[in-house]
Design a protein around this ligand. Structure first.
Ligand SMILES: [Zn+2]
Length: 165
């Protein structure tokens, strides 16, 4: 585990609440009818060719697809500042790339919406890891300032990133 992962882990431990969308107990194996993610041994992951026994899995909608259907994000990243407009395409590219990397490793980490308004760009995610990673990726690539606020009573992470000029 490198330093980046370690710091992510430490931050996650501070979050008291668990993801209510992941509390649903599933007996045995399951497969999501919408995204084909597979549930085995307590975890959702992408189906792999070497998987056996998935053919008799029950059909259960995964937490990420449920959050997308209900538009109930676990993470929100709000980008602002004049730098955003000047480097818009690069920023969007970074966001999409970061999602791709995170979602490859973790089946439940996906972007729900990208909402652009005059003042800011809001990215909502199905998982707090992706929101966290987006904040770090933005800072690493473009500097600026990111702030992370975990929900006190509700499971969630709210990230703001801003850079001017
Ligand atoms: Zn799914």
């Amino acid at each position: 585990m490198d330093k980046y992962q370690q710091s992510q882990k430490n931050k996650l431990f501070k979050t008291q609440a668990h993801d209510p969308y992941c509390l649903q107990r599933v007996e045995g194996a399951a497969m999501c009818p919408q995204c084909d993610a597979v549930y085995e041994a307590g975890n959702w992951h992408w189906n792999r060719a070497e998987n056996t026994g998935v053919h008799n899995a029950q059909s259960v909608t995964c937490p990420a697809c449920r959050r997308i259907a209900e538009n109930a994000p676990a993470g929100t990243v709000t980008l602002s500042g004049s730098f955003l407009r000047k480097h818009y395409d690069e920023i969007i590219h970074l966001i999409k790339n970061t999602e791709k990397m995170e979602a490859t490793e973790h089946a439940l980490e996906r972007i729900i919406h990208l909402t652009d308004s005059e003042d800011d760009l809001v990215v909502t995610t199905t998982g707090i890891h992706l929101a966290n990673r987006l904040g770090h990726a933005l800072e690493a690539a473009f500097k600026g300032k990111a702030q992370y606020r975990y929900g006190d009573t509700q499971y969630g992470l709210s990230v703001t990133w801003t850079r001017n000029e």
